[in-house]
Design a protein around this ligand. Sequence first.
Ligand SMILES: C=CC1=C(C)c2cc3[nH]c(cc4nc(cc5[nH]c(cc1n2)c(C)c5CCC(=O)O)C(CCC(=O)O)=C4C)c(C)c3C=C
Ligand SMILES: [Fe+2]
Ligand SMILES: [Fe+2]
Length: 365
Amino acid sequence: MARFRGEQYHHGEGERLGILLTNLGTPDAPTPSALRRYLGEFLWDRRVVEIPRAVWWLILHGIILRTRPKKSAAAYAGVWGDEGSPLLAHGRRQAKALETELNQRLPGPVSVSLAMRYGQPSIQAGLEELHAAGARRILVLPLYPQYASATTGSTFDKVTEVLRQWRWVPEVRFVHQYHDDPGYIAALASSIREHWAEHGRPRRLLMSFHGIPERGRDAGDPYFCHCHKTGRLLAEALELGSEEWQVAFQSRFGKAKWIEPYTDATLTAWGREGLEHADVVCPGFPADCLETLEEIGEENREYFEEAGGGQYHYIPALNDRADHIQALAALATRHVAGWPEAERAPDPEAAESSRRRALELGAAD
Ligand SMILES: C=CC1=C(C)c2cc3[nH]c(cc4nc(cc5[nH]c(cc1n2)c(C)c5CCC(=O)O)C(CCC(=O)O)=C4C)c(C)c3C=C
Ligand SMILES: [Fe+2]
Ligand SMILES: [Fe+2]
């Protein structure tokens, strides 16, 4: 509260549309201590692990945070680039490109800030950045095409937790999902067709999505259905026959049963069959990250090849492809309809002619 004193508000001035582009988060460095901090925050979220707190605290602090940080740090080290975590580097490029695109499409002005649900830059920092830029209307756009309680739901929790501390809450809208958005599906289909033009068409395309515990799906989380609908629309856009594609779920965590089929088991089975060429695409990850580059690009490639499979290609995420940014800009534009920064400024000529017309009509009466 103390951060926002009266003099920081500029009544009527600096009106600006703010877009908070969010993703899951990533550690600050590929080291065990940074991973312990990051995983400690992430895995303590009740929407991510739904086990009673006392029991989970003992497991998390007694076992997981003693072993996983070292293993995860080694995996992150393998994908870490000059710009740091791939998820963060792609996120920064996406935010910049989206800001440029939206300022061309809308009267604006528009500011886009990138924020992570866990770690840095935080959702609090992103919201404060937008506020400092003069944004009084904010669209929250989580980069999760498919809604899940653990991701989209949790982002909503954090945004509202931060805004609870503000005296003057901005006008806020929230994108809930865009799993069947035509622009998103078309960008995925184009990226796959381009890959095929260069590397040849595979016998089968695996569409691998991050999993969730089966319990969540059975309790009503729409995530599983959203993933399947994305998969069906993408297969239709690519005109694939039913034997040529499949949906599967990756990145299992913990001992509970997760939604099936599992990506690793599917690719192992395809390898055993002697499938000569498999491609994997991850439509639920709009930016490449550990789970795509390492888990799909490396780990699952080994499962497939060691089981006897032939060619294997991971098709990169949409990242900052122009068609992806245009799809996100179109999505954002639809969600801010009616806000002043999204409406064309009145054209003085049109306003004058409509005033004359009104006068004429009035005179005719
Ligand atoms: C795309 C949607 C995602 C869902 C749904 C999701 C659920 C979920 N994830 C975990 C556990 C972990 N996820 C981790 C990384 C990670 N997860 C997502 C996305 C979804 N997670 C992304 C984009 C990333 C990558 C971040 C990066 O920095 O590259 C990790 C950390 C890495 C590791 O140690 O393996 C864990 C752990 C659970 C329990 C869960 C529950 C529904
Ligand atoms: Fe995850
Ligand atoms: Fe391929």
